[in-house]
Write a protein that binds this ligand. Sequence first.
Ligand SMILES: [Fe+2]
Ligand SMILES: [Fe+2]
Length: 260
Amino acid sequence: MELSSTDPSFEALNKRLNNPAEMEQYRRQYDNYRPALFPRLLGSLLVWCGNVVYGREPSYLKFRAVEIIARVPYHSWEAVIFTLLTIFFSNEKKALELSKLAKFSRLAQDNETMHVIVISQLAAREERAGFVRHSLIPMLFAFFYFWASYILYFLNPKWSYELNYLFESHAFSQYSRFIATREQELREKPVASEFLKWYGREAANQYEFFLSVRNDEIIHRNESIAHIRHHGGQRSIIPLMVGAGILALGALLWAWYGWF
Ligand SMILES: [Fe+2]
Ligand SMILES: [Fe+2]
């Protein structure tokens, strides 16, 4: 049995977003979403570091680095959900909610994997990658991002979705700028990729390919917030931790004064 890596409804939405009016309507849903202060600080730090190391302008090698990093929050969410399902498997409502998010995480993970594989092939023909700047640093970023998403999800799932919203917003604006400024050149360049074919997507040239990647990023961005809106996000454990902290402090004080 040969399975393709993508999902028909995801691909259909991606194609619809080639239409400027549909794109405008789709992106407007969450254009003005304002994440909380903490994810905003982390998101700004990630984007600022990326701009310092790879420049503000989009390029093949910048995209290669972005895509190495972009995969990990989805893998991180899947890992957290796997752990949570070990706790909540007997709660069917909760298990269903978590399983739906796990499915989206797997789909987005495979989608981002396709991006990094195809883009690294395209980048190899255009620009010369250095090991430290273009492989080691993005891998270190990815390591940090994986654990930041994982811990944030445990503390407050909403923050983890919001951090991803910010990262995907940045990716979307970079791809939009790339295709707007290099349209003619990209239309003349082919995309010959066995991986893209296996994934289940076709592109007649690099313009079509990068357009489809831009659409993927806005879907990832919107879906991150849709999860908060539709499922309410999973509940934050911060109040629980504060409560446990107060209890522990009370127990310590009681032990201390009891001792004397
Ligand atoms: Fe991507
Ligand atoms: Fe993405």
